[in-house]
Design a protein around this ligand. Sequence first.
Ligand code: ATP
Ligand code: MG
Length: 281
Amino acid sequence: MNDLSLPSSPGIRQGDASLNPKSQPEPASVISVRGLQLRYGDLVALRDVNLEIPSSQVTAVVGPSGCGKSSFLSCLNRLTDLIPSCRAEGRIRFDDVPDLLHPKVDLLELRRRVGMVFQKPNPFPLSIRRNFELPLREHGVPKDEIPGRMESTLREVGLWKEVADRLNSGAQLLSGGQQQRLCIARALALKPDVILFDEPCSALDPMSSGIVEEHIAALKDRVTVVIVTHNLAQAHRIADRLAVFWVRDGAGTLIEDGPARRVFESPRDPDAALYLRGAKG
Ligand SMILES: Nc1ncnc2c1ncn2[C@@H]1O[C@H](COP(=O)(O)OP(=O)(O)OP(=O)(O)O)[C@@H](O)[C@H]1O
Ligand SMILES: [Mg+2]
């Protein structure tokens, strides 16, 4: 296996606490971002971003509109490749893939392992069942495994009882909150290591938003979650880690990151402090 391939069983490295036995072991990073720069043509959307994303935790990405949060997420599963003017430089290690930005990385496998859920629920305009069959077949999952994966992930997002007797009806007939949970279940059915969420609750009513949020928070037992949110109360409720982006010298910049509680309670960057108090941004 060459060093750019994406094996299906990840071997996540643990942080080495032996250098400082009194400290808590560092959580293992599943994604490590170094010197990331992203341009759209001449516009520098992200400059010199360095961030560790620990596995089995929820990392919330916050900051004012236009500071590059969605662009950052898009780098992590190479959706940036779909935009012709977009160029990403730097180094992103993902588990045992040393350079996720390398042109030879298998994008189908990368996007299986790093799933994405968008702001607006985007079920295929097909039946609920076909929403699972289509991506699972594309990724080579044997036909007889599909019903089991569909049921277990629909159960995981609390949707099974609501849809078990209507699997052949249109996914787009579901409510917005149900559609979003379907999209989460569809991503989970591919057994990803990481799921990226870009403002997954902002198009939902408060009740549905609360339900989706609870399910996202519960996911970290089995996947790493990176979530962009404008809702600081939501970040406060579900995040283990917080990353605050800002526009500095015309480019999106990571101005602070760390354990969510520490960053919320005693931010070191003055802009981050004002933003987190809701006074700026
Ligand atoms: N496809 C694109 N082509 C050109 N410029 C883009 C493109 N997508 C984003 N940008 C620019 O990159 C910068 C960062 O945008 P991005 O969407 O990542 O910000 P954001 O933090 O997600 O904002 P919001 O909170 O409004 O979603 C902005 O200046 C934006 O105009
Ligand atoms: Mg965005």
